[in-house]
Design a protein around this ligand. Structure first.
Ligand code: CP
Ligand code: NVA
Length: 308
């Protein structure tokens, strides 16, 4: 079974093949209307379940549109409205859904839920975000970087802020795609050590620099994300803001990066908290290309999972 669960558990060759395929499919559509199908219909006759236990705009819409462009059909399911939200086990849900659908995408809280779904499903499972990782986002981000600036290998990526789920998948990608990554943020919000070690074992630099101004020196790409994620308690908000204020990505910080550095944010953003509107809407920003590329990257991921 070919699941897409995480970047560090997918081979380098497969990751590269997915990016190349996404780019080719995007080019092949060549600006045609969004509701028209692709020339090929690799998902014809296939049914895809999209399960959300958390809110979503980009993931939900981009997977749904992507399946339709490839000739398949979708059903969007809210975890709360399924028996899953009322005590049915993940394992039983996985086995039942596998009798109806050809592919399952799930956005959930605990990584254990994703793993159990993958263990018991007899169809491929895709990680649409957990508390720990967000691999589909980073595949879109790699595609976006390379469209604008060429190969990401050997470049310097700086993550400023919370070492959260999106950050974790960036750390995984550093090792797999061969770029250096510097994390800058408060110690209590560091990404997991074992993941920084995983990147280092692949021969790239994975560092922590507490001073954001030093961290961004020579950066090719500066990335941030919300200071309070969907799985964080609301009560953490004030403390987070106090801890992270100094790591805001603003024009002064961006000016320390390379002149042609890109700025990324997976969205949704809290404008003028983690990044100023001047940066988000400024010349370095590619945030809406990232959002668009969720569609293209995930189409390639689904084809890879299904071998079509
Ligand atoms: N970036 C991202 O995953 O956005 P959504 O939460 O809107 O899906
Ligand atoms: N870190 C954010 C990402 C949202 C796409 C969250 O988990 O809420």
């Amino acid at each position: 079974m070919t699941h897409f669960l995480d970047i560090h558990t997918t081979s380098k060759d497969d990751l590269r093949a997915i990016i190349d395929s996404a780019r080719a499919m995007k080019t092949a559509r060549d600006g045609r209307p969004k509701g028209t199908p692709d020339d090929e219909a690799p998902l014809a006759g296939r049914m895809v379940a999209l399960i959300f236990e958390k809110p979503s705009t980009r993931t939900r819409v981009s997977f749904d549109v992507g399946v339709r462009q490839m000739g398949g059909q979708t059903m969007v399911l809210s975890g709360r409205e399924m028996q899953l939200g009322h005590g049915e086990t993940i394992a039983d849900t996985a086995r039942v859904l596998s009798r109806y659908v050809d592919l399952i995408m799930i956005r959930t809280f605990e990584e254990a839920t994703l793993q159990e779904m993958a263990e018991y499903a007899t169809v491929p499972v895709i990680n649409g975000l957990t508390n720990r990782t967000h691999p589909c986002q980073i595949m879109a981000d790699i595609l976006t970087y390379e469209e604008h600036r060429g190969p990401i290998a050997g470049k310097k990526v700086v993550w400023s802020g919370d070492g959260n789920n999106v950050c974790a998948s960036f750390v995984h990608a550093a090792g797999q795609f061969g770029f250096d990554l510097t994390f800058t943020g408060p110690q209590t919000l560091d990404p997991e050590r074992e993941w920084l070690d995983f990147a280092r074992q692949q021969g790239v630099r994975a560092e922590i620099e507490r001073d954001p101004h030093k961290a961004v020196e020579g950066a090719d790409l500066v990335v941030t994300d919300t200071w309070v994620s969907m799985h964080d308690p609301e009560s953490a908000k004030e403390r987070r803001h106090n801890q992270l204020r100094g790591y805001q990505v603003n024009e002064e910080l961006m000016a320390k990066a390379k002149p042609d550095a890109l700025f990324m944010h997976c969205l949704p953003a809290h404008r003028n908290d983690e990044a100023t509107s001047a940066v988000m809407d400024g010349p370095h920003s590619v945030i809406f290309d990232e959002a668009e590329n969720r569609l293209h990257a995930q189409k390639a991921i689904m084809r890879w999972c299904l071998g079509v």
